[in-house]
Design a protein around this ligand. Structure first.
Ligand SMILES: Nc1ncnc2c1ncn2[C@@H]1O[C@H](COP(=O)(O)OP(=O)(O)OP(=O)(O)O)[C@@H](O)[C@H]1O
Ligand SMILES: [Mg+2]
Length: 149
């Protein structure tokens, strides 16, 4: 069965700490306004914030695409940047290559990707060193789990 798909696209600037987090705030605002379950909105907001911040902290520029599907929300964050040489290592809690100036701003704990993993139902990362990274996240709506509780 096919449903209507709502989708949005936003650009993310690397190293633009002044505007950092605005895209995920917008995503959160839209979902809240549409009346989604607060716990679902919280999970989506965390995942999109961490993916957005990774573009700001580690890449040159990127874009966030998000789509409301009939039973889930799909977010794709693509960037142009250095890429991730070892994704398994990058997924480990506490692993970070963030330089001092980024750590001084309070980022670089190495918790972003593990946090995305915890708050999503599906996570797919494709990265090419020297070119960029694509992070695809699917968060299933509580409605799609109706009847399971
Ligand atoms: N979009 C990206 N482009 C290039 N490298 C990335 C990207 N996202 C993550 N990484 C690499 O993976 C590491 C781990 O990412 P993760 O988000 O878990 O931690 P962090 O960004 O370093 O710190 P935190 O998210 O806690 O502020 C990063 O330090 C970086 O080396
Ligand atoms: Mg991060």
């Amino acid at each position: 069965m096919e449903g209507k798909v709502l989708e949005w696209d936003y650009e993310i600037e690397g190293k633009d700490f002044r505007n950092a987090g605005k895209v995920s705030s917008k995503v959160k605002e839209i979902l809240k306004e549409l009346g989604f379950d607060p716990d679902f909105v919280r999970r989506v907001a965390i995942a999109s914030y961490e993916a957005e911040m990774n573009v700001v902290c580690h890449a040159e520029k990127g874009a966030l695409h998000f789509a409301i599907l009939p039973a889930a929300l799909r977010i794709v964050v693509k960037d142009k940047g250095p890429g991730i040489p070892d994704i398994e290592l990058a997924m480990q809690e506490g692993y970070s290559t963030a330089p001092l100036e980024i750590r001084e701003m309070g980022f670089g704990a190495g918790m972003g990707l593990p946090n995305i993993k915890k708050n999503t139902d599906e996570l797919n990362i494709v990265s090419t060193v020297g070119q960029g990274t694509m992070v695809e996240m699917v968060i299933r709506s509580p409605l799609s789990r109706e009847g399971s509780e």
